[in-house]
Design a binder for this molecule. Sequence first.
Ligand SMILES: *C/C=C(C)/C=C/C=C(C)/C=C/C1=C(C)CCCC1(C)C
Length: 269
Amino acid sequence: MINQKPFLTFKTTGLVLLALLSPGSVFAASEGALRADDIVGVSFWVISMALVASTAFFFLEIQRVAPKWKTSLNVSGLVTLVAATHYFYMRDLWVATGNTPTVFRYIDWLITVPLLMVEFYLILSAITKVPAGVFWRLIIGTFVMLGGGYAGEAGYLDVWAAFAIGMGGWAFIVWEIFLGEAGKINANSAPPAVQSAFSLMRWVVLVGWAIYPIGYILGYLVGGTPDNSMILLNVVYNLADVVNKIAFGVIIWTAAVSETERLPVASKA
Ligand SMILES: *C/C=C(C)/C=C/C=C(C)/C=C/C1=C(C)CCCC1(C)C
């Protein structure tokens, strides 16, 4: 009993705050415990915890790698930190209302995808001088891709037209890292561990990122019932985030650790 009291007070305070902040959603929230058959809600919960754990891991591992790799691990941790925070909000919105959290999703992507592009730039910069144009082309591709997707999902553009714009932005990024300047720099100057990390990362952007347009297609273009389409959209986007935020960070961590171990002891500190 003694232990329950503060919890109840905390819960009550939370509900009152929620009532003030969002009139109308109180009823849903007070009923809104996670249901075992809510596959989207469960995936939001599991992934938000995985993102928290990954953040702690990447930040703690910074002390273990050579100085030139620290920024990369830092950025990996920032990606999972920003995503974890958005996952808390998306999870609550979904569990309380059953609505698809499009705005939170795109705010998250708008911050985390440019950070992932920074990773490409950093991993190459750790071993050679890279022109800033590489970075800006990756950023421009990102904005076109996400701007197109958002315009379609939020209803500002026809879903097919928006999809085409988004695909164009993605194709531009893929072109840059496979055939453009970023790809050439890697082929010409990177040591083996960086080359293999870079090539794994490219495949993440080609194959891992392809999961997102599949989610969009299932959500908007194939014409299922509205409920089923939104379940598919969210499950597929959530799965994609695990691969592309957590696995992507682990790839960089692997390269950083193996490159650090190759260095003579004196230059590790
Ligand atoms: C951490 C979040 C990441 C890596 C998000 C990536 C998002 C995409 C690759 C989205 C791609 C899309 C298209 C290629 C077509 C239009 C619809 C989008 C925005 C889902």
